[in-house]
Write a protein that binds this ligand. Sequence first.
Ligand SMILES: C[S@@+](CC[C@H](N)C(=O)[O-])C[C@H]1O[C@@H](n2cnc3c(N)ncnc32)[C@H](O)[C@@H]1O
Length: 234
Amino acid sequence: MSDEEKRRWKGPTGNKGSSGRQMDERKVFAHRAKSESSKKWIERQLQDPYVRKAKDEGFRARAAYKLLEIDEKAGLLRRGQRVVDLGCAPGGWLQVAVAKGAAEVVGIDLLPVEPVAGAHIVQGDVNDPDDVARMLKGLTGKPDLVLSDMAANTTGHKQTDHLRTVALVEMAVAFAVAHLAPGGAFCSKVFQGGATKDVLEMLKANFKSVKHIKPPASRAGSPEIFVIAKGFKG
Ligand SMILES: C[S@@+](CC[C@H](N)C(=O)[O-])C[C@H]1O[C@@H](n2cnc3c(N)ncnc32)[C@H](O)[C@@H]1O
């Protein structure tokens, strides 16, 4: 227990009623759990070779290697493409798209993103048509590739987190189907064993091929996996 927690903690003989005491106990446990998970996160970051590699190679996020590895297997990124990156902060995937020679790269995120040379970035919500329109102003035509690494902040409540993630994937698929150029491709982070039945059906109806990839840079313990759809029927 920290000194602050000790100061606040009245103990079982403290002067609070039982419900107040229970509340204090819960707060202490929640705080402890949070600092434990932060500690674990810091330890994992320090030991993670991808974090070091990203720092050495100038990528803003270890996530950059997920896209590079997906691209190695699926051949998504080509010179001269128009690329959209949904949920682009802090900008690792934008950097990869630019480095791979995309002609036009645009991205959107709820969070602010430091500029990336060669990319048009908008702070906004994929759900908001005005924000999406501002992002699309950075393209001179329909995108050839739509990427989405969008993830919602987790609440810790499994079902809520699952529903939020599914909603983001559905949003990304809807965006891709509405905007992609014929022949275009789509890559999105999905969770829990792959795309849901509805998403898979939508992708299969609109693309020639659909598959899942778990890149090595995606932590083994993470339920994250990526769905790749190619050959947009337009
Ligand atoms: C895992 S991060 C993306 C990392 C990124 N691919 C990179 O390489 O730097 C997921 C991002 O999705 C964003 N996001 C979640 N919901 C969003 C929404 N509705 N609209 C825009 N961005 C969203 C979050 O703000 C977060 O920054």
